[in-house]
Design a protein around this ligand. Structure first.
Ligand SMILES: Nc1nc2c(ncn2[C@@H]2O[C@H](COP(=O)(O)OP(=O)(O)OP(=O)(O)O)[C@@H](O)[C@H]2O)c(=O)[nH]1
Length: 349
C-alpha cells in the first residue's frame, strides 16, 4: 500500500447530510443513531434560526447509546460560512474525545450550500485527519412533487438539458440544486406522501439535475440501513471540480435570501386548533418552516411542533423538567421579506 492510501485509510470518515428545510435530515440521523451497529458516531448539527430543536430531538439519542459529548451544535449561522470560527473548533473537540469517534455525521442547515463545507475538508488541519466519506442529499419528495423547489421542475429540467448554463433567479431552487449537485447519494424521503407516478416524476427531475451517476434511494421516515449511508468512500474533498455549484464564481456567499424569526408561543388548550392556526399562517405568509416547542395547559409534557410549508405534525416529546420555564418558542423561516409583525400578532393572539 502506498503512503497516500494508508494515510487516507487512517483518516476518520465524515458524512455530510444536506437537504432543504424540513426534508427529513434529523429524522434520518435519528434512525441512523438507533441502528448504527455499535459504531461510535459523533454529530455536528447546524441549524438556521436556531432554538435548538434538532439538538433536542437528537439528544433523545442519549437513550440510544450516543454520548452527549459526541454531539456538537453550531447555532451561529451557517457552518459553511464560519469554518474557522466554529467548524474547526468543533472538529477538534470531537477528535479529542477518548476514544475518538469512528465516524462523524454533519447535519447542515436546510439552507446551507454543501460545497463550501466540503472545501473546508481541504484545509490542511482537517485534511490530515478527516475525509468526506460522502455527501448525502435528503429530498422532501412530497414537496418536490408539488413543485415547491422550482416553479415548474419538469420544464426547468428540460430547459436545462437544452442549456446547462441556464440562469436561475429563484433562491429556493438554487439551494436545492446546489445540494443535489454536490451529492454522492440522494435520499428521496417521504415516499409515504407520494403516489407512484409522483415518485417516478420526481426521480426523473432529480436525475436531470444530477451531473453524475448518483444513486437515488427512496425512504420513509429516513429509515435507511447504515450500510447504505456510511462507507461511500467518496473522498469528496479530492473531487471538488466535479461538484458544480451556482455559487462557484462568488468569493463568498450569504443567506440574505432567507430570514428567520423566533416567536414566543402562547400557552394553548387545544393542539389541533393551534396547528390549524399555524397552517393558515404558514400559507398566508409563504412560510417555509416552523418548528419548536409549545406549552399545553394541564399537560406535563411539552408539545413538539413541526411544519414544512403548511403541512404540520405535532407530538409530546418529553416532560417539562423540574424548574424549567414552560415557555413556548417557535422558529419561523421563510424567504426574505417575511412579515414578522403580522406573523407574531397572528401567533401570539
Ligand atoms: N410523512 C412523512 N413525514 C416525515 C418523513 N420524514 C420526516 N418527516 C417529518 O417532516 C418534518 C421535518 O423532518 P426533519 O427530520 O426535522 O427535517 P430536517 O431536514 O431535519 O429539517 P430542518 O433541520 O429544519 O431543515 C418532521 O415533522 C418529520 O416528522 C417521512 O418520510 N414521511
Amino acid at each position: 500500500m502506498n503512503d497516500l492510501s494508508s494515510a487516507r485509510l487512517s483518516r476518520i470518515p465524515a458524512t455530510i447530510i444536506t437537504g432543504f428545510l424540513g426534508a427529513g435530515k434529523t429524522t434520518l440521523i435519528r434512525h441512523l443513531l438507533a441502528h448504527n451497529a455499535g459504531r461510535r458516531l459523533a454529530l455536528i448539527i447546524n441549524e438556521f434560526g436556531d432554538i435548538g430543536v434538532d439538538r433536542d430531538i437528537l439528544r433523545g439519542c442519549d437513550d440510544l447509546g450516543c454520548d452527549a459529548d459526541a454531539i456538537v451544535e453550531l447555532a451561529n449561522g451557517c457552518i459553511c460560512c464560519t469554518v474557522a470560527d466554529d467548524f474547526l473548533p468543533a472538529i477538534e473537540r470531537l477528535l479529542a474525545l477518548d476514544p475518538p469517534p469512528e465516524h462523524i455525521v454533519i447535519e447542515t442547515s436546510g439552507l446551507a450550500l454543501p460545497k463550501p463545507l466540503v472545501k473546508a475538508f481541504d484545509w490542511p488541519q482537517i485534511r490530515a485527519r478527516l475525509t468526506v466519506d460522502g455527501v448525502i442529499a435528503v429530498v422532501d419528495g412530497a414537496a418536490a412533487a408539488e413543485g415547491r423547489f422550482a416553479d415548474d421542475p419538469l420544464k426547468l429540467a428540460r430547459q436545462r438539458e437544452a442549456d446547462p448554463s441556464i440562469a436561475h433567479d429563484n433562491p429556493l431552487e438554487e439551494v436545492f440544486e446546489d445540494q443535489l449537485l454536490c451529492a454522492d447519494l440522494v435520499i428521496l424521503n417521504k415516499t409515504d406522501l407520494m403516489s407512484a407516478e409522483d415518485e417516478a416524476r420526481v426521480r426523473a427531475d432529480i436525475t436531470a439535475v444530477l451531473p453524475r451517476a448518483v444513486r437515488i434511494v427512496g425512504s420513509e421516515q429516513g429509515r435507511i440501513d447504515a450500510k447504505i449511508l456510511l462507507g461511500l468512500n467518496a473522498a469528496a474533498e479530492d473531487d471538488l471540480l466535479n461538484r458544480r455549484s451556482h455559487h462557484d464564481d462568488e468569493a463568498d456567499h450569504d443567506h440574505d435570501d432567507f430570514e428567520s424569526l423566533i416567536v414566543e408561543a402562547p400557552t394553548i388548550d387545544d393542539p389541533a386548533s393551534f396547528i390549524g392556526r399555524l397552517a393558515r399562517i404558514a400559507e398566508a405568509h409563504d412560510v417555509l418552516r416552523i418548528k419548536g416547542f409549545v406549552d399545553v395547559r394541564g399537560k406535563p409534557m411539552r408539545l413538539l411542533v413541526q411544519g414544512v410549508g403548511a403541512r404540520f405534525k405535532h407530538s409530546f416529546d418529553r416532560p417539562w423538567a423540574l424548574g424549567e420555564a414552560r415557555e413556548g418558542r417557535l422558529v419561523v423561516i421563510g424567504e426574505k421579506g417575511l412579515n414578522a409583525a403580522a406573523i407574531r400578532q397572528a401567533l401570539e393572539r
